[in-house]
Each structure stands twice: as C-alpha cells, then as structure tokens.
Design a protein around this ligand. Structure first.
Ligand code: HEM
Length: 407
C-alpha cells in the first residue's frame, strides 16, 4: 500500500479510517515515500510520547525548509508545543497553574451562561425560519470566549482572533500553497502587533494579583540577562499559541460530537436518561474523531521500532486518529460505546506535552453538547455539510442543522 500525506486519495478527508486501519494492519511502522515514519498503533504512539530523550518536539530542523526566515518560523519554533526543555518547561510551568482543574473551578458556570445564550439564539433563528450552521452559529463561538477570558483579551477586541488562528494553524498542513503561507505570515504579523500593544497596556496595571494566563506570563518575562523565565518575544509567541491551541480543536470536538450523536438516537436517549454518562460520551467523541489527527516528533538518537532499527534524525508522524481506533487497545473500535470505562485515547497526546487545556476542552464540549441535545434531542444534520479539508485537524467548516424534538 502506498500512503503519501502530500498526495492523499480523494475520499480521505471524508473518511480516513479505512486507510488508517489498512496501515495499522499491514504496515504499522510505515516508511512514507517522502521519508519519515507514519505510526498507527496505540502502543507505538505511547512509547514515542513517553521517551522524550529519544523523540524531540523541537521543530527547527523540520520547519526551516518550509518557512525560511519568516514570522511563521519564529512563531512555531518559539511555541512551547514545538520545543523541548528548557523553553518548554519554563512556559509550561508558568501557564500550568492557570489551566489546572483547581484554577478553573467555576468556569463551568460561565460556559453554561454562554451556551444558554447561544442555544436561545439558535431557537430564535429556528423560530424565524433562518438556516442554522452548527459551526458559525454555535460551536466556534464557545472557545473564542473561553480562551479570550483565560487571557483577559478585552471582549470588543476578540473578533479577529479566529481568522488569525485559522491562518496560522493552516500553515502547519503537510503541504501548503503560497497563499496559505502568506495568510499565515500576515496573521502572525498582525497578531504580534496586537499583543505587543495589549501587553504594554497590561504592564501599566497592577498584575501581582491577576490570575489570567497573560498576567502570569508577563510576571515571568524580562529582558535578556535579567533573572526571568521568558524573553519578551517568547511571551508574545506563546500567548499566540495558547490562543490558537483551543479554538479550532474545541470547535471540532463540538461539531464532531453533533455529527456522531445525530446518527445515534439510542445514545442520545441513554444520555437523556443518564446525564452522568456525558463525560464518557465526550471521551468517545475525542477517541473516534480526534480533533488533532496527526502529531510529529523527530528522533535525536537511533531507536528500534517495529522490529527494525532507525537512525537519529528520522521524522515521525504520530497517527492519533489511527491509534484511537486500534483494536489492540479498544474493543470494537468503530463502535460508539458509553461503557468503555478507562478510555485511554490519545486525542490530547501524552507525555510532557499532553494538552494543557484538556480539562477546559472537556468542560466546553460537555456543556455545549448536553445543552444542545437536551433542548433538541432529535436534531438532524442536513446534507450539504462541508468538512474542513485539513489532514491534521479533523472537523467541519459548515454543518447545516434542523432542530427537532424540542422548543
Ligand atoms: C478538544 C480540544 C483540544 C484538543 C483535541 C487538543 C489537543 C492537543 C494536543 C494533541 C496537544 C499536544 C501536541 C503534541 O505534543 O504533539 C496539545 C497541546 C496543548 N494544548 Fe490542547 N487541545 C485542545 C484544547 C485546548 C485548549 C482549550 C487549550 C487552552 C485553553 C489547549 C492548550 C494546549 C497547550 C498549551 C498545549 C501545549 C502543551 C505542551 O506542549 O506542553 N488545548 N493539545
């Protein structure tokens, strides 16, 4: 079987799972035509995530040929997710406190209010006979507010954030056009200028007691030579990363949840009877349609995998979408089951880079989907829906809904 991430079959975006299954069965440590390995087994991904001495997240070698001396290069290679220690450790330590479960107690109340407002807006659109798009009129509005609050971005200034974020993440696709590059580059430029001004404003305030992520990062920042954890450009680039990290992923979690549940009325009925099963449903959605389908690491030492040895320098693509349907880990992996118990999916990756916002994403997903299906248990996804054409991020650009079975 030939599988090339830069030349995928036409039906791959619609349903990549048969391709992933074939790779997992026939060639789980697959050498891609352009070089590098594509991994599809759960156990292999876990092994790579855990061994950070061998498998690096630093992307400088990989991104330089793609991005050259650009702002996109600076941005991605300064983000904590694409770094190893010490930068990763410094940034992660600074932000972990703001994202930990105990720091976000009470966030559910804010998310519930936001979602209630959006559900009421949907009801008004339905009443007025207007078309309803699950992406634009519901899902995408939730993470933007939540992350805006976490970083204390003034509400009136949030509008451009989503487009910047999409343009910057779009440039991470395995193959990009000049237009995608230019859009990503402009987005980093505008985002940096915006954040520089915002940080300058924040510095005039009393930040000592402020608990938001930006205040925490500003407190860690100083000029070179000072006793500080972050340099000013590291502060800005990591604020951009955190603002980006939770937008599209969480929007896609919610939309994939709508898509999967709308096809499974028995599961919706079970959830209506037993709302305490919602957390299990969210884990199944994350497992079956992982918002991040692919991750990368680069080997910095020789290693063994799949019964062979591989040299330092090997680029590894981690197929999370594939590993999350590995039958060696999950019984009946293509079935949506609320009784999986300990669902060890890898939608949030693993090891030291495990998603720092996973508790927040779970809260958003659960409140959004439970509220929507409580109000319209019979909601239907209509024809004409459009999937996002990206390989790395699985989700939707447009999802028309008919809201049924409720008021
Ligand atoms: C369903 C939603 C989400 C998914 C599927 C997701 C997935 C991921 C994955 C797979 C990684 C690790 C990438 C790697 O190392 O290869 C990651 C890292 C990260 N995510 Fe998320 N994420 C989500 C939502 C969020 C949210 C809401 C936030 C913040 C508010 C967030 C913040 C971060 C941060 C800061 C990192 C970097 C962690 C590190 O490198 O140590 N994520 N996420």
């Amino acid at each position: 079987m030939i599988f090339d991430l830069t030349r995928l079959p036409d039906d791959f975006i619609e349903n990549p799972h048969p391709y992933y299954a074939a790779l997992r069965e026939c060639d789980p440590v697959y050498e891609m035509p352009g070089g590098g390995l594509f991994l599809t087994r759960h156990a292999d991904l876990v092994r790579v995530y855990k061994d950070r001495q061998t498998f690096s997240s630093d992307k400088k070698v990989e991104f330089y040929p793609k991005f050259g001396d650009s702002l996109l290069y600076q941005h991605h290679t300064t983000s904590l997710v694409f770094n190893d220690a010490p930068l990763h450790t410094r940034v992660r330590r600074a932000i972990a406190g703001a994202l930990a479960p105990r720091a976000i107690v009470g966030m559910d109340v804010v998310v519930r209010q936001l979602v209630d407002g959006l559900v009421n807006d949907l009801a008004a659109r339905r009443q007025a006979g207007k078309p309803i798009d699950a992406v634009a009129h519901f899902a995408q509005n939730i993470p933007i507010e939540v992350i805006g609050n976490l970083l204390a971005i003034p509400r009136a200034e949030r509008e451009p954030l989503r487009d910047w974020s999409l343009a910057i993440l779009g440039a991470l696709e395995p193959e990009i056009s000049q237009q995608q590059f230019d859009e990503g580059e402009n987005a980093v430029r505008e985002f940096l200028a915006y954040l520089e001004a915002l940080v300058a404003r924040r510095r005039t305030e009393d930040l000592e007691a402020a608990g938001d992520i930006m205040a925490r990062l500003i407190r860690e920042t100083g000029e070179a030579g000072e006793d500080a954890n972050l340099l000013p450009h590291e502060l800005l680039q990591n604020c951009i990363f955190i603002l980006n990290a939770g937008h599209e992923t969480t929007t896609n979690l919610i939309c994939s949840g709508i898509f999967l549940l709308a096809q499974r009325p028995q599961i919706v009925a079970q959830l209506a009877e037993n709302p305490e099963l919602w957390p299990a449903a969210i884990e199944e959605i994350l497992r079956m349609e992982s918002p991040n389908q692919l991750g990368n690491r680069r080997a910095v030492a020789d290693f063994e995998l799949g019964g062979r040895s591989w040299p330092a320098g090997t680029l590894i693509t981690l197929g999370m979408g594939a590993a999350n349907r590995d039958p060696a880990m999950f019984d009946q992996p293509d079935e949506f089951r609320l009784d999986r118990g300990d669902n060890q999916h890898l939608a949030f990756a693993g090891g030291v880079h495990v998603c720092a916002g996973n508790s927040i994403a779970r809260i958003e997903g659960q409140i959004a989907l439970a509220s929507l299906f409580r109000r319209w248990p019979g909601l239907q996804v209509e024809g004409g829906l459009r999937r996002s054409p990206r390989v790395r991020f699985r989700g939707f650009e447009f999802m028309p809904l008919t809201l049924d079975g409720g008021a």
